[in-house]
Design a protein around this ligand. Structure first.
Ligand code: SF4
Ligand code: SF4
Length: 370
């Protein structure tokens, strides 16, 4: 595959201009108007930010993008799926609360928020993964798959499980329903925390495999011989009594994310924007963020999700380290920035597997836009 064009604008801004104007010029130069938006639903995949974290993207970026899509005739909405773990975004009610709390409202962005996999994260569609090695199908939030066009708007940062969090993470993990996330994370089966389970039996109604039974103590018990690891029970429990004990990093997780991204994007127009600012060492899913490890760099955009991710990786790895941060405290002088922060991860796997399955290319030509 030949190199893809990735368009870039820096964080520098002249008096009388604004970074939002620069972003709008960037996406036009990158060709977003080549997409036929006329009367089409455009899903903008965003991370609303876990409350407490302050490095997520400001809603102003979403408004600029939504306004542009509307000007092109489209019907944009902001979307994300519920998380697998306990937090403030693991069902649609608290997820929407978190989005509003972080400033994502129709008043600020000009479009609606839709939690793609529904109230409890169980509203998904099984989508084929063309060329998938680890996943033949992917469980994707319904609203994402109902959209005609997918646009990713990503905060690029480090990630403790996958090395970096970029387009592939935003779409692949982010558009997976809770069952989909379970499959990506899963090297095992969920478990019940007996001290938290109240014996309400709701989870058993969601299990299509008859894997959940109840003991004399009325607590739920998961039979791992019957369980297929679909994760639906995790979303069904109002008490967060069911968890995945096998969440972990690893190459397989990176590969599955790339395959889920392909399931989401195949057969539909798509476009990708990544903002490389406040590059925190870990995911915005944390309810805190450590100090940015490099100076703010700029915004990248293009049609190839893999090329956009690789351009962001290269830019971060070429950037100077900010002193007094977790990156400056690492003692891995030979390692790139991502490997230095998270030595157990290998960010290259996301790129290489994405290339292998035909999601895109890590070869790119960088075009600078003023
Ligand atoms: S839904 Fe949760 S609290 Fe209710 S029985 Fe199942 S595990 Fe226990
Ligand atoms: S993960 Fe799926 S199969 Fe396993 S117990 Fe939960 S709902 Fe049943």
């Amino acid at each position: 595959m030949s190199g893809a064009k990735v368009f870039f604008t820096s964080m520098r801004c002249k008096v009388g201009d604004s970074l939002l104007n620069k972003m709008d010029r960037l996406i036009l130069k990158a060709g977003i108007d080549q997409i036929d938006f006329d009367k089409k639903y455009a899903a903008i995949k965003i991370h609303f930010g876990e409350p407490g974290n302050l490095s997520f993207l400001r809603p102003n970026f979403s408004k600029t993008l939504a306004d542009r899509i509307k000007a092109l005739g489209g019907k944009p909405f902001l979307t994300d799926c519920n998380t697998l773990y306990v937090g403030r975004r693991n069902n649609a009610l608290v997820h929407l609360d978190a989005a509003f709390e972080n400033g994502y409202s129709p008043l600020s962005t000009g479009c609606q928020n839709i939690i793609a996999d529904g109230l409890k994260g169980t509203d998904d569609i099984e989508v084929p993964v063309s060329g998938g090695v680890y996943c033949k199908t992917a469980r994707i939030g319904r609203a994402v798959m109902d959209a005609d066009i997918v646009i990713s708007l990503t905060h690029f940062k480090g990630h403790e499980g996958t090395g970096f969090g970029g387009v592939i993470k935003n779409i692949g993990m982010g558009c997976g329903s809770r069952a989909g996330k379970m499959i990506m994370h899963n090297n095992g089966k969920p478990e019940v925390k007996p001290s938290v389970c109240v014996g309400c039996r709701v989870c058993a109604r969601f299990c299509n495999y008859g894997a959940i039974s109840f003991g004399d103590d009325k607590k739920a018990y998961i039979d791992h011989d019957r369980c297929v690891g679909c994760g639906r029970c995790i979303g069904s429990c109002n008490y967060h009594a069911i968890h995945n004990p096998n969440e972990g990093s690893g190459d397989e997780l990176c590969c599955k994310m790339a395959e889920y991204t392909k399931a989401v994007l195949d057969g539909r127009p798509h476009f990708h924007i990544s903002v490389v600012n406040q590059v925190s060492p870990c995911c915005d899913c944390h309810n805190e963020n450590d100090a940015a490890v490099i100076p703010d760099i700029g915004i990248f955009a293009g049609f190839d999700p893999v090329a956009v991710d690789k351009a962001c990786i290269d830019a971060v790895n070429q950037a100077p380290v900010i002193t007094g941060t977790v990156l400056s405290e690492q003692n891995h002088p030979e390692a790139d920035h991502f490997t230095a922060i998270h030595p157990v991860t290998d960010w290259r796997v996301q790129i290489s597997h994405a290339e292998k399955i035909g999601l895109g290319t890590g070869s790119y030509e960088l075009v600078t836009v003023d």
